[in-house]
Design a binder for this molecule. Structure first.
Ligand SMILES: N[C@@H](CCC[C@H](N)C(=O)O)C(=O)O
Length: 297
């Protein structure tokens, strides 16, 4: 009988993930294995994969073990590595709660983008432990100088370069349909702005402090939500609206509607950004290790 590897499936505003609990970092997950697991027809299916490892057991996170017991080893659906995943952190925390590694309250999670502070809200007694929003301290945005242009077909737009640990180009558009089918990565200029590729957000206004967006994610394609993307959008909107908290001294809050749900993003005067939204575990099962080894080639 072949060996089995435990997995779960979860999502945050329909940005979905294969979760592989592996506290001692014993499961080999080369890029081809990740891509096979995330394949929606031949695998389990997901926008990305959350490899759940104790920080002390992972070479990239060992130095963070005193601050955060758990490391989110996040991978994009094509197998590539990314620095951060905002929806992923909430789902990661929900998994820790589901597995009994965390309870309601505060929790630190190590990521390649640094340690994130997570707050698991107390669920209403009738709702069960999988309910209740999760708030993540996402750290500060970095806004590199320089003009960026994003295009789709004949249209192009100026875009704001926002780094949330991972890179984003935020373009304000009159109509989200102008983003087209987003089957391929929208071209950007200058190429030097994003040497490692970029996540591109298209944003339309819905009202004061309220926007809607679509996103093409690096290493994935169009997804139904992107947490770091929603933070980048809120920061870009606040700068555009003259509501930069560092200037006004007041927090700026944006409701960001995505195809898969809504996230609420607040930037404080000290630059710290908080993201609040749901996270759900939907299934758990076992992966056939022989299949995975074969799929990984
Ligand atoms: N969906 C994520 C972002 C995942 C990483 C991204 N595709 C990248 O390559 O930077 C989110 O919720 O933030």
């Amino acid at each position: 009988m072949s060996t089995r590897i435990a997995f779960l499936k979860g999502h945050g505003t329909e940005n979905d993930f294969v979760i592989v609990p592996d506290p001692e970092n014993a499961v080999d997950l080369p890029p081809a294995a990740v891509a096979a697991l995330c394949d929606r027809r031949a695998g389990i299916g997901g926008d990305g994969l959350l490899h759940v490892v104790r920080s002390a057991a992972h070479p990239e996170a060992r130095h963070l073990a005193a601050e955060a017991e758990w490391f989110m080893d996040y991978r994009n659906g094509d197998g590539s590595i990314a620095e951060m995943c905002g929806n992923g952190v909430r789902v990661f925390a929900r998994y820790l709660q589901h597995a009994g590694y965390a309870t309601e309250g505060d929790l630190a999670v190590a990521t390649r983008g640094g340690v994130k502070s997570v707050h698991l809200a107390k669920a209403a007694s009738h709702a069960g432990s999988a309910a209740g929003d999760i708030t993540v301290g996402m750290g500060r945005a970095v806004l590199p100088e320089g003009d960026v242009t994003v295009s789709v077909g004949e249209r192009d737009w100026p875009a704001r370069n926002v780094n949330m640990g991972n890179p984003h180009a935020v373009a304000f558009v009159a109509d989200l349909a102008h983003a087209g089918d987003l089957r391929s990565p929208p071209p950007f200029q200058p190429a030097a702005a994003y040497p490692d590729g970029v996540n591109v957000e298209f944003v339309a206004d819905r009202g004061p402090g309220h926007v809607a967006m679509r996103v093409h994610e690096r290493g994935v394609g169009e997804t139904r939500s992107c947490g770091t993307g929603a933070c980048a959008v809120a920061v870009a909107a606040a700068r555009r609206d003259g509501a930069d908290p560092a200037v006004t001294g007041a927090p700026a809050t944006y409701r960001v509607d995505l195809p898969g749900g809504t996230l609420v993003i607040t930037e404080r005067p000290d630059g710290e950004i908080e993201m609040t939204g749901p996270a759900v575990i939907v299934a758990e099962g076992e992966i056939d290790a022989e299949w995975l080894a074969g799929a990984a080639g």
